[in-house]
Design a protein around this ligand. Structure first.
Ligand code: FES
Length: 228
């Protein structure tokens, strides 16, 4: 059995995490204009080598599962596409860099919005400062909805991320967010199929996404909070 971190989605139940995956906190840092500007890395959360993370949003022991899914009537059916990212995404071409966008994967972290939005920046990526900002903002997207590429190439510009699971807090929206899975940790569906392994993935932990197991931003609409 492999020692590498992995995640298993269970039927109407939690995420089973194995392989000693580090669990830590990440907060969306905002500026005076309330724009998402940086990830503030927080403390590591003590966890054993194997642990179960709440997926229904009802545990009294979040981020861990306490069995509440069994009494809350949680329907955890996975509805997300199994198609590879590149088949889901639309590609926009710029002079030096391209952008791909798989909108279904949006986790509403909003790093894409500042500096006039990445979708507008892409047309100006022959300007060095714009290109730099563009790549930074695209790589801050936790769900991997957005990806930057060298123009007209299959060379993606992805940061090297550690393999860990990050519990997102979003003070700008006064809510908690998804589990940001970094560094290409495999995620196995209930039926045993493994989702495409990606560098940045956002898993729903509020229980309300319409794109399970992935986050679709609904946590902000419902004001999901890990703790009261
Ligand atoms: S955590 Fe984002 S939709 Fe559930």
């Amino acid at each position: 059995m492999s020692d590498s971190p992995s995640i298993k989605v269970t039927q109407d139940g939690p995420y089973l995490v194995s392989g000693g995956a580090v669990l830590l906190r990440q907060t969306i840092g905002i500026n005076a204009d309330e724009e998402a500007v940086e990830w503030d890395e927080g403390a590591e959360v003590a966890a054993p080598t194997k642990y179960a993370l709440c997926r229904c949003g009802h545990s009294s022991n979040k981020p861990f599962c306490d069995g509440s899914h069994q009494t809350s009537g949680f329907d955890g059916e996975e509805t997300a596409s199994r198609q590879p990212y590149e088949l889901q995404a639309e590609r926009m071409s710029g002079p030096e860099l391209d952008l791909t966008d798989a909108e279904e994967l949006c986790a509403f972290a909003r790093f894409c919005d500042r500096n006039g939005k990445v979708w507008n920046q892409v047309d100006h990526t022959d300007e060095e400062d714009v290109a730099e900002t563009f790549v930074t903002q695209v790589n801050q997207c936790p769900s991997g909805r957005l990806r930057a590429w060298k123009a007209d190439s299959d060379e993606a510009i992805e940061e090297d991320l550690p393999q860990d699971l990050c519990l997102v807090e979003d003070p700008g929206e006064e809510c908690s967010g998804p589990i940001w899975v970094r560094g290409g940790i495999p995620i196995e569906a209930v039926d045993g199929e493994t989702y495409e392994v990606r560098n940045r993935v956002a898993l729903c932990r509020c229980g309300a996404s319409d794109n399970k197991p992935f986050c679709d931003g609904t946590h902000a609409k419902i004001g999901f909070k890990e703790r009261d």
